[in-house]
Design a protein around this ligand. Structure first.
Ligand SMILES: NC(=O)c1ccc[n+]([C@@H]2O[C@H](COP(=O)([O-])OP(=O)(O)OC[C@H]3O[C@@H](n4cnc5c(N)ncnc54)[C@H](O)[C@@H]3O)[C@@H](O)[C@H]2O)c1
Length: 368
C-alpha cells in the first residue's frame, strides 16, 4: 500500500503520472501532452530503462520545463507529491493492486481496460474508490470516439427509444498479440477480456447500463495463435513467443439483462473468415449501427429510412477518442464533472466476462 500523500491542489495544470510505459502509455502520454490543463510529472515502469526513455521523450517536448521524472515502481511515483492523478497502463494482472494504491493515496485513476481480471479484483477497486477522494475512470476509449459521442446525443434525446437488443462483433483472423496477452494467468483471458470488453461496454452503455441477469457463453481454442501466418502484419507484444498461448481464440455470448434486453457478442483473435467489426443497437423507436459506420434507422411517414450523419469519421477514430478520454479524465480528476466510467461500470463488465468464461467451461447458462 502506498503512503498517503495528499495531492497538491493548485490552479496550475493537473500533475499526472503514468504507470506502465508500454504501447498504450504512448497514447495516454501524447494526449496529456496536448492538454494545456495537464502536466506530465512522472512515468513509472518496472523496466526503469523504459520509464527513463519515456520520460526523456516527453521532457524533450517541453524544453525549459521541469523534466519528467522516471521511477521503477508505482509506489515511488505515488510518493511524488506533484503527481495529482494517475493513468494505470500496465498489464492486466496489476491493474487492481495499483489502482487501489492510487485511490488510497487520495488520487484519481484512469485504469486501462479490462479494469480487472476477476470480480474480487474489481470489487477491491470499487471499495477503494468509495473510500477515496479520488475517482476511477475505466479506459473504455470507444465511448469517447466522435461517432459514439454523436450517437449518444441521439440516444439520450430518445431517438432510439428503449434499446432491447444489441449485436456486438469484433472478429480478427490472426490477431493474437502474444506475450502476456496470450498468458491467461496474467491477462485473465483472450479476445473476450481484451477487445471484447470494449464492445460489451459500448453496447451496455447505449442500452442504459442495465444489470445482467443471465449469461450463456462459449469459447474455442481450435486454431491457436496462428503464428504461422506471416503474410499479415499483426501487433505483437514485446515478449511475443509463438509457442506461448493459453487463451481462447474465439468467444461469444448471449447476455440477458433485467427488463428483458438481450445482447449477442462474438469476438476472436484467430478465425478462418473475414475480419469484422460491428455494433448494432435495436430500439423501440429507432435503430443504429455505430460500427462499421454510424448509421441510424427509423420510420418516417410510413416509410423505413436510413439516416447517415455527416461527421468527420463515422467509424472509431483513435486519435480524437484518446484525446477526449484523457481530457474527460482531467476534468473528472479536477472534480469538474463526474467520471463517465466509474469502477462500478468496470465491475459490471468483469461480472459479465467472468460469467461468459464460467458458462463456457460448464456448458450451461449462468444466472447472476
Ligand atoms: N484502450 C485500448 O484500446 C487498449 C489497447 C491496448 C492495450 N490496452 C490495455 O493497456 C494495458 C497495457 O497494454 P500494453 O499494450 O501497453 O502492454 P505493454 O506490455 O506494451 O506495456 C505494459 C508495461 O507495463 C509495465 N509493467 C508491468 N507491470 C508493472 C508494474 N507492476 N508497475 C509498473 N509497470 C509495470 C511493463 O514493463 C510494460 O512496459 C493492458 O491492460 C491492455 O489491455 C488498452
Amino acid at each position: 500500500m502506498a503512503a498517503q500523500t495528499p495531492p497538491a491542489s493548485t490552479g496550475a495544470p493537473l500533475g499526472v503520472g503514468v504507470v506502465g510505459g508500454g504501447s498504450i502509455a504512448e497514447w495516454h502520454l501524447s494526449s496529456y501532452a496536448r492538454n494545456p490543463g495537464a502536466r506530465i510529472v512522472a512515468v513509472a515502469d518496472v523496466d526503469l530503462a523504459r520509464a527513463t526513455a519515456r520520460a526523456a521523450e516527453y521532457s524533450a517536448l517541453s524544453p525549459g520545463s521541469e523534466p519528467v521524472r522516471a521511477y521503477g515502481s508505482h509506489t515511488e511515483l505515488l510518493a511524488d507529491a506533484e503527481v495529482e492523478a494517475v493513468s494505470v497502463c500496465t498489464r492486466n494482472d496489476t491493474h487492481s493492486p495499483i489502482a487501489v494504491d492510487v485511490l488510497a493515496s487520495g488520487r484519481s485513476a484512469l485504469v486501462e481496460k479490462p479494469m480487472a481480471r476477476t470480480v474480487a479484483e474489481a470489487e477491491a477497486i470499487v471499495a477503494a474508490e468509495a473510500a477515496s477522494d479520488g475517482v476511477v475512470q475505466v479506459g473504455y476509449v470507444r465511448r469517447w470516439s466522435p461517432n459514439a459521442q454523436v450517437l449518444k446525443t441521439f440516444a439520450d434525446a430518445g431517438d432510439l427509444g428503449a434499446v432491447y437488443y444489441a449485436k456486438a462483433t469484433c472478429l480478427r483472423q490472426a490477431g493474437n498479440p502474444g506475450g502476456w496477452f496470450a498468458d491467461r494467468s496474467v491477462s485473465g483471458g483472450g479476445p473476450l477480456i481484451d477487445v471484447g470488453v470494449h464492445f460489451l461496454d459500448l453496447a451496455w452503455w447505449f442500452m442504459g447500463a442495465p444489470r445482467a441477469v443471465a449469461v450463456s457463453g462459449y469459447t474455442s481454442d481450435r486454431l491457436g495463435n496462428r503464428g504461422n501466418i506471416e503474410s499479415l502484419t499483426r501487433w505483437k507484444s514485446a515478449d511475443y513467443d509463438v509457442s506461448r498461448n493459453s487463451v481462447e481464440d474465439l468467444a461469444g455470448a448471449v447476455v440477458r439483462f433485467e427488463g428483458g434486453a438481450v445482447l449477442h457478442l462474438d469476438v476472436s483473435y484467430s478465425l478462418h473468415g473475414r475480419p469484422q467489426v460491428g455494433l448494432a443497437l435495436f430500439g423501440e423507436r429507432g435503430g443504429a449501427e455505430l460500427e462499421p459506420a454510424l448509421t441510424l434507422f427509423t420510420e418516417q411517414h410510413d416509410t423505413i429510412t436510413e439516416v447517415v450523419p455527416h461527421v468527420d469519421s463515422r467509424s472509431f477514430d483513435i486519435v480524437p477518442a484518446f484525446q477526449n478520454e484523457i481530457d474527460g479524465f482531467v476534468r473528472a480528476a479536477r472534480g469538474l464533472e463526474p467520471s463517465v466510467a466509474p469502477a462500478t461500470h468496470g465491475l459490471e463488465m468483469t461480472k459479465i466476462v467472468t460469467a461468459v468464461y464460467e458458462s463456457a467451461a460448464r456448458g450451461a447458462e449462468i444466472t447472476l
